[in-house]
Design a protein around this ligand. Structure first.
Ligand code: BGC
Length: 810
């Protein structure tokens, strides 16, 4: 890969590529995709339609459609994010030549740059066509962070050694299907059906389509203007309206040396949008009202500047800064202030591709921890995605014989369980039944996210209106899924799957699930405690109303208390926390030898292809028990375990993490993140190694074909989680900020900005020196506690603390 690796403070704002590599195009399309929290467009070449190199994709957050496919003799229906009509499509031909495509010209030079600060993608290509004509092409594009329905593309052509007629083809292409992921090739793909196309006077084209099952109207309109040497041309236009594509052709005559600028502004609306009459009309109106590319770009850059102000972060070494900025960039492109007006969760792969079909898993926990102290309204809207599906989750719980609410492992538009019935193993070409929907631990993380949001923002209104109900209904689910085992006088949670998705059953059994997954059981107990605490915090009247509405009795609350003190937690004989009951008795697995033989292949697939079964071995896909030490502090875990009558100490924690780390294949990008966090205070070198590896997964992992289907948002946000909550030891509780930094020695500097309850703070750690500054515009003092000292930081003041001596300097 010709990704440019050199880095200084300024170049840490860009991701650059210095040549065109067809086999890496899919990866770059995701990595350099542009979006604004409302929609995302992949960085496909503007002239391309989908083929074996290119995959143009545009996705509106949360627009799903369900299709039936025939898999393994069964009709299965799957809900997917929908690839929308391609607004980018634009190409040209010089008299007597072929339509331009990067794949059929001689490339003399190539530069591609993603500007993270401005949210702009640039390409510059100097090329020669088959008739020896040399052209310099400069392209700039953005998806507006200021006006979320608009996007812009500007293509400049310089006729270096030729004159002649130029024909421009600018289209909106609705002949698209969902075909981004190889492993989904057997599934149905046609999600859109055409409705209407048309043209606008004096300029513009539009197209309207509809998702075939969810019946959501999708409207796109585009305006294409051409300038020669900076002057608008009155060129001849010809329109072509087909059923699912609308094209405008512009003809002009070009003189050698002249510069032709083609400016395309597109608008996207759907029938799910607010404040519109009809989506087609809204899209047409939007491009008629849209200002020039330059003014739109200016507004877009300003919007990004404001976002970055809230997200300022600095770390040294500087190459990590680029990775961290890239991660923030993609978080904000997936979930931004524009998301607050739409009903969406945090999709695992951003809205950047079709892997995992745009489904919502548990990855939001990483993202929310970054958003809540900066964009509380955005974080709140993500939690509301869950609240709106509370009724469906109650229904799911009842369907399975439980009380309360049982959230699905994967959800999309309705909150129904969307985990596919089968997974395809490309090595054996077998379809395997997917039992990962037994990951009920997702319920605990939803409660955890609500609670963290409340502790960070103090948004008691949210807690009263939505949050408490979510937590209580999830607590009820846990209280109903447990089984009392009189032999040991303990409560157990049976037949689940932990976050390590490899183990979905005991060896040689057909019964799905494993018993007493430690992460699940501890977090269930945590939820039950949390629900009780929430009831203590709610003001009396909303509390009484909620209890009345939910028919919550004191006995039920007391029962939660009993369960939370008697949960079965499985330990190995030597005091290590087991991943689940019986894990210790599985056969050992030589991961090193496996990697030597099979590289980074998935262990479960290789074993299945060999007629073996992963359930027999002590090898895990990703961190599982360690997730406890990622989410909770050592003290919190210890207190929870002691409450249940188990002794637990630091040595056990260390041995537990080491034991499981040695057996982890890291076949989810979340895995290293979780271990890096869990090890932050135990083994900072190892923690840093894992963190460093995670930081560059997306940018430079050439082997990973995975990014073609979208970026790994959880991993990206996870790197930020570690910086904040592990390396800086940040906790926000009861209105105060607590810091307990422990920076790995490789991390020379770490500085973050926080928007804490409308007050801006800058926290910086260099070596042992911690400094905290409050912005002059703050209206209140902020309470900060570090190493047992509490300070009231007045507006426009700073404190510096030498952590080696805990010396207060100012
Ligand atoms: C992981 C899950 C994760 C999902 C989406 C899977 O591979 O096992 O933990 O939520 O990817 O990122």
């Amino acid at each position: 890969m010709s990704y440019s690796n050199t880095c200084d403070l300024e170049s840490a704002w860009t991701i650059s590529f210095e040549d065109y590599e067809p086999e890496e195009e899919g990866h770059r399309e995701s990595l350099c995709a542009l979006g604004n929290g409302y929609f995302v467009t992949r960085a496909a070449a503007f002239e391309a339609t989908a083929d074996c190199i290119h995959y143009p994709g545009t996705y509106r957050a949360g627009i799903y459609n369900r299709l039936v496919s025939h898999i393994e003799g069964e009709d299965v229906d799957d809900e997917s994010i929908v690839n929308l009509p391609n607004w980018l499509l634009l190409t040209f031909r010089i008299e007597g030549g072929d339509w331009f495509s990067i794949d059929n010209v001689e490339i003399l030079s190539y530069h591609q740059k993603l500007h993270l600060r401005h949210g702009v993608l640039q390409r510059e290509i100097q090329f020669r066509d088959s008739l020896g004509r040399q052209t310099l092409l400069r392209e700039q594009r953005f998806v507006s962070m200021a006006l979320p329905h608009l996007a812009g593309l500007n293509v400049e052509l310089i006729a270096e050694n030729w004159s002649g007629n130029l024909e421009i083809h600018s289209a909106i292409d609705g002949r698209v299907i969902n075909n981004n992921v190889d492993r989904q090739k057997e599934y149905s793909k046609q999600h859109l059906e055409p409705l209407e196309t048309g043209t606008l006077e004096p300029e513009g084209i539009w197209l309207k389509m509809r998702t075939c099952q969810s019946h959501i109207n999708i409207a796109l309109a585009a305006r294409t203007r051409v300038f020669v040497n900076g002057n608008a041309t009155d060129s001849v236009r010809v329109y072509d309206c087909e059923e699912a594509q609308v094209v405008e052709r512009i003809h002009l005559s070009v003189k050698r040396g002249s510069a032709i600028a083609i400016e395309k502004i597109a608008a996207l609306y759907t029938s799910h949008d607010y404040a519109i009459g009809e989506s087609g009309e809204a899209a047409q109106q939007a491009i008629q009202d849209a200002p020039s590319f330059v003014s739109l770009l200016d507004a877009h850059k300003r919007a990004w500047a404001l976002l970055w102000m809230r997200c300022e972060i600095d770390i040294a070494p500087v190459e990590y800064l680029r990775a961290i900025r890239l991660h923030i960039f993609h978080i904000l492109q997936t979930v931004s202030p524009h998301t607050t007006d739409i009903d969406v969760g945090v999709s695992a792969r951003g809205w950047h591709g079709e892997n995992y079909r745009g489904h919502i898993f548990w990855d939001e926990t990483f993202v929310l921890s970054f958003l809540a102290p900066r964009f509380p309204t955005v974080a709140r809207s993500i939690l509301l995605y869950r609240y709106r599906r509370l009724n469906f989750s109650r229904h799911l719980a009842r369907q399975h014989g439980y009380s309360g609410a049982m959230f699905p492992w994967r959800s999309a538009s309705t909150g129904r369980e969307e985990t596919p019935r089968f997974q395809f193993n490309p090595l054996s070409e077998h379809w395997i039944r997917d039992k990962t929907c037994l990951q009920h631990h997702i319920n605990a993380i939803i409660a955890f996210n609500v609670w963290k949001y409340y502790t960070v923002t103090n948004d008691i209104t949210f807690l009263c209106d939505y949050g408490a109900e979510l937590i209580i209904e999830i607590a009820r689910f846990w209280a109903s899924i447990v089984t009392y085992n009189p032999k040991c006088d303990r409560y157990e949670i049976l037949s689940v799957v932990g976050s390590d998705e490899y183990h979905t059953a005991y060896p040689n059994t057909e019964i799905p699930g494993i018993d007493n997954n430690t992460y699940t059981n501890v977090m269930a107990s945590w939820t039950l405690c949390c629900a009780r605490e929430v009831l203590n915090i709610l003001p009396p009247s909303p509390c009484a109303e909620l209890c009345y509405r939910l028919k919550l009795s004191q006995d039920e609350i007391e029962h939660w208390n009993v369960i939370s003190q008697k949960m079965h937690i499985d330990f190995h004989n030597d005091g290590i926390l087991s991943q689940y009951e019986g894990f210790e008795n599985l056969s050992e697995f030589d991961l090193q030898q496996f990697h030597e033989q099979h590289g980074s292949q998935r262990v479960d697939w290789v074993l299945e292809a060999e007629g073996d079964d992963i359930n027999r071995y002590q090898v895990t896909k990703q961190a599982d028990v360690a997730m406890l030490f990622f989410l909770l502090t050592e003290k919190e875990v210890t207190v929870l375990l002691e409450r249940q009558g188990y002794q637990f100490n630091r040595k056990q924690m260390q041995r537990t993490i080491e034991y499981h780390l040695q057996r982890t294949a890291h076949q989810s990008t979340l895995s290293r993140i979780v271990y890096a966090g869990a090890l932050a205070t135990l083994d900072s070198d190892k923690s840093w190694q894992l963190f460093a590896k995670a930081c560059f997964t997306e940018i430079s992992d050439k082997d990973s074909k995975e990014t073609i289907g979208g970026i790994h948002l959880g991993m990206m946000a996870g790197t930020l989680y570690i910086l904040h909550y592990h390396y800086l030891g940040l906790r926000i509780q009861n209105g105060s900020i607590y810091l307990d930094p422990s920076l790995p020695t490789h991390l020379k500097r770490l500085s973050i900005s926080l928007h804490h309850r409308s007050n801006d703070l800058q926290i910086e750690m260099i070596d042992n020196h911690l400094s905290i500054s409050a912005a002059s515009a703050n209206t209140e003092s902020v309470k900060v506690t570090c190493q047992g000292q509490t300070m009231d930081l007045q507006p426009d003041t700073s404190v510096a603390i030498n952590l080696a001596h805990t010396k207060l300097l100012a």
